[in-house]
Design a protein around this ligand. Structure first.
Ligand code: THU
Length: 156
C-alpha cells in the first residue's frame, strides 16, 4: 500500500471518503473565524462509523485560536472512549466563498493526531486538499510526521 494517494476529485474516492469530506464541509458552517476568515472543518470516522466533527474557533487573543482538527479530536476523546479513529478529513474555504481551498493540517494538529494514532495502535487515514488542487489521502498520520516526537522517549 502506498503511503499517499492522490485524487483529482472526491468523486474518484470511495464512498466513505466522500461522505467524510461532505461532513467536514458541513462542519465549516460552525467555524468562528472573524480574524482569519478561513473557515475550516474536520470530520473523523470511527471503527463503528460514528462521525465526530469540529470547526476552527478563533479568539481575540490570537494564540488561543484552535484548529478544526483538534476540536474534533478532543471532542472524540471526551465522548467516545474505546472507539478507534479510522479516518479524518479536513477542508477549508474562505468566508463567503463556497469553493474549497487547500488546507493541509498544521504541525501541531499532526502531532496531536500522531498521539491518537499511537494510543489506539492502528493507523488513521488523513484526507486533505493539497496545495496543487489534488486531494491527498495519507495511509497514516505517521507518514505525515517523519521523525515525530512521541511518548516513547519519556518512558523511564
Ligand atoms: N486552521 C485549522 O483549523 N486547521 C489547520 O490545520 C490549519 C489552520 C485554522 C486556524 C485558524 O483559525 C485559521 O485556520 C487560520 O490559520
Amino acid at each position: 500500500m502506498k503511503e499517499f494517494q492522490e485524487f483529482n476529485s472526491p468523486e474518484d474516492m470511495d464512498a466513505a471518503c466522500r461522505y467524510l469530506i461532505h461532513r467536514a464541509k458541513e462542519a465549516t458552517q460552525h467555524a468562528y473565524a472573524p480574524y482569519s476568515k478561513f473557515m475550516v472543518g474536520a470530520a473523523l470516522m470511527t471503527d463503528d462509523e460514528t462521525i465526530v466533527s469540529g470547526a476552527n474557533v478563533e479568539n481575540a487573543s490570537y494564540p488561543l485560536c484552535m484548529c478544526a482538527e483538534r476540536v474534533a479530536l478532543y471532542a472524540f476523546a471526551s465522548q467516545h472512549t474505546g472507539k478507534k479513529i479510522t479516518m479524518i478529513a479536513v477542508v477549508a474555504h474562505k468566508r463567503n466563498h463556497k469553493e474549497l481551498v487547500s488546507a493541509c493540517s498544521c504541525g501541531a494538529c499532526r502531532q496531536v493526531m500522531l498521539e491518537f494514532e499511537q494510543r489506539q495502535d492502528s493507523p488513521i487515514q488523513v484526507i486533505m486538499l493539497g496545495p496543487g488542487g489534488k486531494w491527498v489521502k495519507s495511509e497514516s498520520v505517521a507518514a505525515l510526521v517523519p521523525f515525530g516526537f512521541d511518548r516513547s522517549v519519556l518512558e523511564v
